[in-house]
Design a binder for this molecule. Sequence first.
Ligand code: AMP
Length: 221
Amino acid sequence: MNIILFGLPGSGKGTQAYKISDKFELEHISTGDLLRNEIKKNTDIGKKVKSIIDSGKLIPDELINEIINSDYNKDLNYIFDGYPRTLEQSNFFDEYLATQGKKIDIVIFLELETKVVFNRLLGRRKCPNCGENFNVYYNPPKNNPFCDICGTKLETRKDDKEDTIQKRMEVYEFETKPLLNYYSEKNVLVKVDASKSEKEVFETLLKIVSKKLNKVKDGTY
Ligand code: AMP
């Protein structure tokens, strides 16, 4: 089973992918997290991608595809967040999955207006210790800027500042949005209203994913 969570930066892909992967025991691949991890560890890849990520642009397709190629295990079930992000990546991924006897089962589009996304990203804070997410506008920590769970000082992502967010929106519009048509034509696209609360979106996703998983299990898919 391969599920893709798709949507604008800030549409809730990361949060929901984490919860869904936990609930259904799926492997969660977030290319953004993988890259940020490389930066933290100061690896060769990390050094190569740091300035690109900080500027809001996309990492070259070959590098991202290579990461997916080396991480993917056909015997596991996955939820992807942040990949694929260009037509080049989606073509590569389809061809690669076919070589593994696999395919993309469902692409869930978390639909949200751009202006909402802007505030979500500007307010986003993450605990570097326990990973808990907050938003100073929508879900503020009780004792800002410290984590409610473990008391560690919260961090803001470097690319969550106004001019970089603007760039990421443009990149999404021109490079990522065309994937909607691509997956719609393949009949794997499902749209979900991501303006609802985190809990409501999660409940909708639960229904979609469990329906799909049941179909796979009982062989009707
Ligand atoms: P994210 O955490 O998904 O918002 O990703 C943060 C940044 O990582 C993006 O703005 C890109 O610079 C880079 N990135 C993540 N996934 C991809 C991808 N599939 N293709 C190219 N760049 C990516």
